[in-house]
Design a protein around this ligand. Structure first.
Ligand code: T5A
Length: 221
């Protein structure tokens, strides 16, 4: 998929993904030919409209498979119109959530057949896979409290409003995803000050750039 670099940020609620994307983007501006920051669900006009429907809870009655289909539809538009063209231009794309979120959130309770989830992911994502994924790991109580403090008096969104047991399942799902794909995934302890989290992310980025350079020199595709 192009010659750019596709980096995704994953994790539970309030883990600090948006904060870390902002910090990393600030640092990458000196290095990247072009930098694109985006989010899921969203990133395009159509996907943002689907975001409103899903996060308002209006699609909850479809159940996890129905919601997974909606997230995937938003993802197809996001890839086609924004991510794939940016990568083809050589951009570094930082994306707040991607397909691992569907695996974790819609798969958390195990009531959707794994094979169906995998087929849906393959159909939506095709060959647009992240080069590197940061999984920001934090005890859900702490992440939810951060999200609550930031939101203030507004209502919790569709998934923030799930019970604590769900959020613990989510955390396990993300760690399982990371264990299954250690080449791509880096688990980052997010229960630390922002600068410490950012330093771990920067270290992994530097390693990725070094590897890319080495592969270019060796002619590895
Ligand atoms: N979803 C999404 C699915 O179910 N399936 C899918 O396929 C996809 C793509 C998206 C929702 O959709 C679900 C998952 C989500 O529930 P969203 O509004 O985009 O909803 O919410 P989140 O992605 O969960 O993002 P949040 O905004 O809740 O959390 P972030 O981005 O992880 O955290 P951030 O950076 O906004 O930080 C939260 C607060 O904590 C502070 C920040 O200043 C902020 O106030 N903070 C820290 N405080 C202390 N120490 C640190 N290290 C801190 N880092 C940040």
């Amino acid at each position: 998929m192009g010659k750019g670099l596709f980096i995704t940020f994953e994790g539970g609620e309030g883990a600090g993904k948006s904060t870390q994307i902002r910090l990393l983007a600030g640092r990458l501006r000196d290095y990247a030919r072009e930098l694109v920051t985006t989010r899921e669900p969203g990133g395009t006009e159509l996907a943002e409209r689907l975001r409103d429907v899903i996060l308002s809870g209006r699609a909850k009655k479809f159940g996890p498979l129905g919601e997974a289909v909606l997230f995937s539809a938003a993802r197809i538009d996001h890839i086609d119109r924004l991510i794939a063209p940016a990568l083809a231009r050589g951009a570094v794309v930082l994306c707040d959530r991607f397909a691992d979120s569907t695996r974790a959130y819609q798969g958390a309770r195990g009531d959707v057949d794994e094979k169906v989830m995998a087929a849906l992911e393959n159909a939506a994502v095709a060959n647009c896979r992240p080069d590197l994924t940061f999984i920001l790991d934090i005890p859900p109580e702490i992440g939810l409290e951060r999200a609550r403090a930031r939101r203030g008096a507004d209502n919790a969104d569709r998934f923030e409003g799930e019970n604590l047991a769900f959020h613990w399942l989510l955390r396990e799902r993300f760690l399982t995803i990371a264990r299954a794909d250690p080449e791509r995934c880096r688990v980052i302890d997010a229960d630390r000050p922002q600068d410490a989290v950012a330093a771990s992310i920067w270290e992994a980025m530097a390693e990725k750039f070094r590897r890319r350079e080495h592969e270019a020199v060796e002619g590895v595709s």
